[in-house]
Design a binder for this molecule. Sequence first.
Ligand code: THU
Length: 143
Amino acid sequence: MEAEVERLIRLALAARENAYAPYSGFAVGAALQAASGRIYTGANVENAAFSPTNCAERSALFHAVSQGERAFVRIAIVGGPKGQAPESLCAPCGVCRQCLLEFCDPKQFECILAVSTEQYERRSLEELLPLGFGPSSLQKKGI
Ligand code: THU
């Protein structure tokens, strides 16, 4: 389990090298483990018009879903100023939390916010997005 987490962090760090972040100078990498065992990576891709920018987490998630994946176990995220090793934890933005909720059980799915393979925090999606509005919300009359 610990080795699996460290492997995911290494893959997120490698993915971060491909971040396209000429506007913010903030490079983010993510590695998402599907229930199938396959791992999908992503980096942030910015845009001159700013709002079309895609975060690393959504790059990884949308790639995975495009490949047919529908269930996920965990994601590792690393971020910080481009060209430097990360120095602090990078938490997913609200939009990415919402996108993850579409496919992930908030109690089971784990977000690994990492600085390095030695320094990281593990949080459930539920901790990061309490009382989220997800697919199951549409089946109920209230929370
Ligand atoms: N960013 C991510 O890719 N993931 C996050 O969790 C936070 C922010 C990106 C978006 C933008 O390209 C840059 O980091 C600065 O916000």
